[in-house]
Design a protein around this ligand. Structure first.
Ligand SMILES: [Zn+2]
Ligand SMILES: [Zn+2]
Length: 311
């Protein structure tokens, strides 16, 4: 069985202290990343504060019968896919606008200001934007952004940041060891797919803790293992699937690359799993691995689309 792993949430102070220590370490090694880290500091602080707001509020009950969720997982369909999940739009609105402003101040400039204006004027409907983000509907967000002359990647990013604390809370409400129904817990343990069992995202990276390779969703922070050591995208396990450290001196930071599907996954040794929302720091810390993989012609595939399969 490939276990799902419960990563308990940390307190706000612990999270921020641990985040600061990690940013300082990155800065010491890569002073050139200072602007990126400054921006991430502002964004993550907003996300951490929003997480507190979400945790204090009442989560909508996902009135999904456990056996139905279990059957869905067994068919390879993530738990959230195709479900109409009511979002706490009023609680997310101010943080969404603040995220736009922080991005504008942190380098995205007018492109982020335009998104903020489009949201404020109602040109973008907030509820639809956040729902599309929660259901990981990349195409809908892209089309809506292009149609309004907005930068699609930036719209995707602000929506993702704003809705991620809610996605994380839902993921825990459904899957955490304390909350989970037995039939869901069993189906979760049988989950042996490369994409997230809760939201369907590809993992941002794998954190290897004590020799266990744990896939991490950077959106909802789910943590899960696979039965086989193989490509997470196409299950290739032969010679076409290679794990290598681009820097000989840093064998703790590796990339899994697959010649069959041209996909790659960053794999890093960690003392412990990163709690939500610090996966974003792990992603930033390892940007050089993305560059090394992309220079060799590998890419992360687009998100899987669960929207046209008659769920
Ligand atoms: Zn997820
Ligand atoms: Zn592959």
């Amino acid at each position: 069985m490939a276990p799902y792993i419960d990563v308990p949430p940390s307190s706000r102070d612990d999270l921020l202290a641990s985040a600061c220590a990690r940013w300082d370490a990155v800065l010491a090694a890569r002073p050139d990343l200072e602007p990126a880290i400054d921006l991430q500091r502002r964004l993550i602080t907003l996300v951490v504060d929003l997480t507190r707001t979400i945790d204090r509020g009442r989560l909508p009950r996902l009135s999904l019968p456990p056996k139905y969720v279990a059957a869905k997982l067994d068919r390879g369909v993530p738990a959230f896919a195709g479900e109409p999940i009511p979002l706490p739009v009023p609680a997310l609105t101010a943080p969404l606008l603040e995220l736009c402003s922080e991005l504008a101040a942190g380098g995205a400039g007018a492109a982020a200001e335009h998104i903020r204006s489009a949201i404020e004027s109602g040109s973008i409907e907030i509820g639809s934007l956040l729902a599309a983000s929660l259901s990981r509907h990349q195409e809908a967000i892209r089309e809506g952004a292009v149609h309004r002359g907005l930068a699609p990647d930036l719209v995707w990013l602000v929506a993702e940041l704003a809705v991620s604390p809610f996605a994380h809370a839902l993921q825990r409400a459904l899957f955490s060891n304390a909350a989970s129904d037995q039939s869901i817990a069993d189906a979760r343990a049988r989950w042996d797919r490369g994409y997230c069992p809760a939201c369907g995202s590809w993992p941002a990276l794998a954190e290897v803790v004590g020799g266990r390779r744990v896939l991490r969703c950077s959106f909802c922070a789910a943590a899960w293992e696979l039965n086989a050591y193989a490509c997470i995208y196409c299950a290739e396990s032969g010679e076409a699937f290679v794990t290598a450290a681009p820097d000989e001196e840093r064998k703790d930071r590796r990339v899994e690359v697959c010649a069959t599907c041209a996909g790659y996954l960053k794999t890093i040794d960690m003392p412990e799993l990163s709690p939500f929302p610090l996966l974003a720091i792990a992603d930033l810390e390892t940007m050089d691995l993305d560059i090394a993989a992309m220079e060799r012609g590998y890419a992360r595939p687009p998100l899987k689309d669960f929207h046209h399969k008659g769920l």
